[in-house]
Design a protein around this ligand. Structure first.
Ligand SMILES: *[C@@H]1O[C@H](CO)[C@@H](O)[C@H](O)[C@H]1NC(C)=O
Ligand SMILES: *[C@@H]1O[C@H](CO)[C@@H](O)[C@H](O)[C@H]1NC(C)=O
Ligand SMILES: *[C@@H]1O[C@H](CO)[C@@H](O)[C@H](O)[C@H]1NC(C)=O
Ligand SMILES: *[C@@H]1O[C@H](CO)[C@@H](O)[C@H](O)[C@H]1NC(C)=O
Ligand SMILES: *[C@@H]1O[C@H](CO)[C@@H](O)[C@H](O)[C@H]1NC(C)=O
Ligand SMILES: *[C@@H]1O[C@H](CO)[C@@H](O)[C@H](O)[C@H]1NC(C)=O
Ligand SMILES: *[C@@H]1O[C@H](CO)[C@@H](O)[C@H](O)[C@H]1NC(C)=O
Ligand SMILES: *[C@@H]1O[C@H](CO)[C@@H](O)[C@H](O)[C@H]1NC(C)=O
Ligand SMILES: *[C@@H]1O[C@H](CO)[C@@H](O)[C@H](O)[C@H]1NC(C)=O
Ligand SMILES: *[C@@H]1O[C@H](CO)[C@@H](O)[C@H](O)[C@H]1NC(C)=O
Ligand SMILES: *[C@@H]1O[C@H](CO)[C@@H](O)[C@H](O)[C@H]1NC(C)=O
Ligand SMILES: *[C@@H]1O[C@H](CO)[C@@H](O)[C@H](O)[C@H]1NC(C)=O
Length: 753
């Protein structure tokens, strides 16, 4: 069997066998008529939430009043009594507070309400569900404390409150949960001590306290020792100053998955962990040497020791294990020990060595490799053709190295498999060989090289392509209007090349980022030019799960619950931050004629840059319909007439530039406009009024000053800032903003400082 699949099945088996031991009977749908009081309670429950009817998984939307509630989607009853025992409304778009009225479902044994939008605190009445064995409320927006009413639920074996906004201390006496097997409160904002009573529950198998903000007082980790049957332990990012001795964990003989990332770890050189670990995460633990104890862990399939300070070379004994997933990125490693083909004997499928100082020789990888990232290292010479033998390769990331020469023609051996190819910032030259394009490409980034000639026409066959960046090369071609045949294209960056000629009318239904700046494009844009750019026409962000593929290692495609169980739901959040970003940059070309009215259709647009062209005519008033716009640059054109007063309404518009045109009349009022530097309006002989020095004559028109809703602006910006650490294609949002709009980005940061 494929070893990755083996690993995933193995880990899902672990997690689901835990749940099955508890579920046992609940899975069989009952045909018994449900009791009317139970039906009414369910009906009332669903009425508490407003549903859009749009989301595919709104189970309660399909419930029919006056039918047997035991047949309702997500509801299971006890066969004998007709009592509702299992309510599973996982991901059903239930937004709002959980109210107390549904107390009447007191026979519930399983309650799965994960992945909804619940807000506020859990109701006191929760404590009446005293038959409950399984309570799943993860990934919502619940706030408040760990409700004491829960302590009443003494039958609970499974508590999952992961990824909410819960805070405060955990109750100090949790011994009433005497049957607990799975306790997951990771990714909340709990603080205070870890209750020692938790460690007196011998049945505990999974314990996730990830991101618990422990008190500064020392933490007595030795209390964990009671938990002899622990299989999975996640204590990552505890925010404690305590030094964690890894040897402590040698007492756990059943431990199979251990995550201590983000803690300050002490590993003695003689350490031995007797338990055969399958998965170990020690990222950001301030480790400076390659952990020697791993030598005696032959069953390890998943190892993450990224973001440490490990120096030297990767030992070759590592390849004797079962390693399938290895992340040693963000260290100070320089090379690989042992014979040249040492790695080739391992079952490795995913290897991330990015952000180190690896130098040649380039490693020889096993044929099983599917993901390989060696970005941000010091590899040089031509891209080794040995890579082409990796026929299973799905992702190849070699950005920010010193590769020279051309893109190997033998890339054609990847054929359909390769979906991510990033060769950004190397010194590759020559034409992009037609045959090197894999039909399966989703993301192609060859920016920052010296590639020349035409864009390979074979890209037309990449029907899954979403991301294309050829920025900063020497491509000499006409506008690739044939790309509009690619139905999923979202990100097209041709910036800084020698593209020329007109940019024909076309439809880019999913395009969100369009940057053709700094080329030699000419001609007039027809009025309806932007008519068919539907993705930019809406303020909503693209909800396409495929984006998660771009975020480096991600198991979400293979098994979402594994990701969630191990790492919380953070990854999805990162993706959505990027998905909100919509921009058009055609600056630095030789475009002429009117700015098309149809620009006003792109209501989702956040950045519009049409500067440094030869546009004439008036600024289209339809621009005032771009209510999400935050940056508008029309400088260095030949625009005439007034600045449309409606632009004063755009309350998010933090940066604008109208300088170097032939505009006239008074500058419109509006808080955002008035707060601009006068240079934004300079070099327009006929323009007058603040912020320029020139006052307007007697005929000055006075426009209504539109009060900007500061809170709203700030909250949007806060969202943007919150997403800044998000990683996408090796770029952060911050990165992208600094790339496209350095001033704007700085400005936002300053407004927070
Ligand atoms: C709960 O059930 C009791 C009787 O069992 C009934 O009187 C009461 O109205 C029910 N409450 C709700 C909210 O359905
Ligand atoms: C619930 O909230 C989420 C995010 O805030 C939103 O996407 C979804 O449409 C909302 N669902 C309903 C039914 O309003
Ligand atoms: C559902 O049925 C109950 C009783 O059968 C009735 O009282 C209630 O009004 C119905 N609700 C709706 C929304 O039809
Ligand atoms: C706790 O459970 C008992 C029954 O076992 C019930 O009478 C009591 O109301 C519950 N307490 C809370 C706070 O819900
Ligand atoms: C903890 O609570 C249990 C009942 O849930 C009680 O029997 C026990 O005495 C309490 N322990 C402490 C130390 O308060
Ligand atoms: C990392 O460890 C070194 C000593 O090995 C210590 O000086 C340094 O403060 C530690 N850094 C952090 C962030 O704990
Ligand atoms: C790996 O694949 C290449 C090309 O398909 C093949 O020549 C080579 O023998 C394979 N190596 C191993 C170890 O299977
Ligand atoms: C890039 O490669 C060219 C030859 O193709 C060479 O002349 C140039 O110096 C290289 N630049 C860098 C920064 O290595
Ligand atoms: C696209 O694929 C078809 C079928 O494989 C092939 O005949 C055609 O030449 C390809 N087009 C380009 C531009 O490479
Ligand atoms: C682009 O290529 C054409 C020939 O195909 C050539 O005439 C032209 O000078 C090139 N443009 C640049 C900027 O190199
Ligand atoms: C937009 O799409 C419609 C229908 O597909 C088409 O008739 C029209 O020509 C397109 N307009 C532009 C500017 O591409
Ligand atoms: C803005 O959009 C609305 C409809 O969405 C349209 O009726 C209106 O004419 C547009 N305004 C301008 C100035 O184009």
């Amino acid at each position: 069997m494929h070893s990755l699949r083996k690993m995933i099945i193995w880990s899902s088996c672990l997690i689901f066998s835990l749940s099955y031991s508890i579920l046992v009977f609940a899975s069989s749908p009952a045909k018994h008529m449900c009791r009317s009081d139970q039906r009414d309670a369910l009906w009332e429950f669903q009425n508490e939430f407003h549903l859009s009817g749009m989301a595919p998984n709104e189970k309660t939307q399909r419930w029919l009043n006056n039918t047997d509630c035991c047949s309702w989607d997500g509801v299971s009853c006890d066969l004998k009594t007709g009592n509702v025992v299992d309510l599973n409304l996982w991901g059903s778009s239930l937004n709002g507070s959980l109210r107390s009225n549904s107390g009447n479902l007191s026979y519930l044994t399983h309650l799965d309400l994960q992945g909804n939008g619940f807000t506020g605190e859990l109701p006191e009445s929760m404590g009446k569900l005293n038959q409950l064995t399984k309570l799943l409320l993860s990934t919502s927006k619940l706030s408040g404390n760990f409700h004491h009413a829960l302590l009443n639920l003494t039958e609970l074996t499974w508590i999952d409150l992961r990824s909410n906004h819960l805070e405060g201390n955990l109750p100090s006496n949790m011994s009433s949960f005497s049957k607990l097997v799975h306790f997951d409160v990771g990714s909340n904002s709990f603080s205070g001590p870890i209750p020692s009573s938790l460690f007196t529950i011998p049945s505990l198998i999974l314990l996730n306290l990830e991101k618990k903000q422990l008190q500064r007082s020392t933490v007595d980790f030795s209390s964990f020792l009671h938990l002899k049957s622990l299989v999975l332990l996640d204590l990552s990012y505890l925010n404690t100053r305590s030094l964690l001795e890894l040897s402590l964990f040698s007492k756990f003989v059943s431990l199979s998955m251990l995550d201590l990332s983000g803690n300050h770890l002490k590993i003695s050189s003689s350490l031995h962990l007797p338990s055969p670990l399958g998965s170990l995460s020690l990222a950001s633990c301030n480790i400076s040497e390659f952990p020697n104890f791993l030598r005696k862990q032959p069953n390890l399939y998943y190892l993450d020791i990224s973001a440490n300070q490990i120096e030297g070379r990767v030992p070759d004994w590592l390849w004797m294990s079962e390693l399938v997933y290895l992340d040693i990125s963000k260290n100070a490693l320089t090379g690989f020990d042992g014979p040249k083909d040492a790695i080739q004997t391992s079952p490795l499928e995913m290897l991330d060595i990015s952000s180190n100082t690896f130098q040649d020789p380039f490693p020889l990888l096993p044929n099983s490799t599917r993901f390989f990232s060696a970005s941000d290292n010091q590899f040089s010479g031509e891209i080794p053709t040995t890579i082409c033998g990796l026929v299973s390769l799905d992702t190849l990331l070699l950005s920010n190295n010193r590769f020279i020469g051309s893109i190997p023609r033998c890339f054609k051996s990847f054929n359909t498999k390769l979906s991510l190819l990033h060769l950004r910032n190397n010194n590759l030259s020559g034409k992009f060989p037609e045959e090197s394009i894999s039909v399966g490409l989703i993301s192609l980034d060859v920016s920052g090289n010296q590639l020349s000639g035409e864009l390979p026409r074979s890209l037309i066959n990449c029907t899954r392509l979403e991301f294309l960046n050829v920025e900063d090369n020497m491509f000499n071609d006409t506008f690739p209007s044939w790309l509009s045949l690619l139905p999923d294209l979202q990100f097209l960056v041709l910036r800084s090349n020698e593209f020329h000629g007109p940019i024909y009318s076309l439809s880019f239904p999913k395009l969100r980022i369009f940057d053709i700046s700094k080329n030699i494009f000419t001609g007039v844009l027809p009025l309806d030019y932007f008519a068919n750019w539907s993705a930019m026409s809406s303020g909503a962000y693209v909800t396409d799960n495929k984006q998660e593929r771009f975020m480096g290692f991600s198991f979400s495609n293979y098994h979402k619950s594994v990701v969630l169980a191990i790492k919380g739901s953070e990854m999805e959040l990162l993706g959505s931050g990027f998905r909100m970003y919509k921009t058009i940059d055609v600056s630095g070309n030789r475009l002429e004629g009117d700015i098309p009215q149809s620009i006003g259709l792109l209501k989702g647009l956040i950045v519009l840059n049409m500067s440094n062209n030869a546009f004439t005519g008036h600024i289209p008033p339809s621009l005032s319909n771009l209510t999400n716009l935050q940056s508008l640059d029309l400088s260095e054109n030949r625009l005439s007439g007034n600045i449309p007063p409606e632009l004063g309404k755009l309350s998010f518009l933090a940066l604008m530039n109208f300088s170097n045109n032939m505009l006239e009349g008074s500058i419109p009022r509006g808080t955002q406009i008035q707060s601009q530097n006068s240079s934004s309006f300079a070099e327009n002989p006929g323009l007058c009024g603040a912020p320029l020095q020139e006052t307007c004559g007697g005929g000055e028109e006075v426009y209504e000053v539109i009060k900007e809703e500061n809170d709203q602006v700030l909250s949007w910006i806060a969202v943007a800032i919150a997403y800044v650490p998000g990683v996408f294609c090796g770029l952060t949002i911050g990165h992208i903003l600094t790339l496209y709009k350095p001033e704007w980005f700085m400005r936002i940061f300053h407004s927070f400082a």
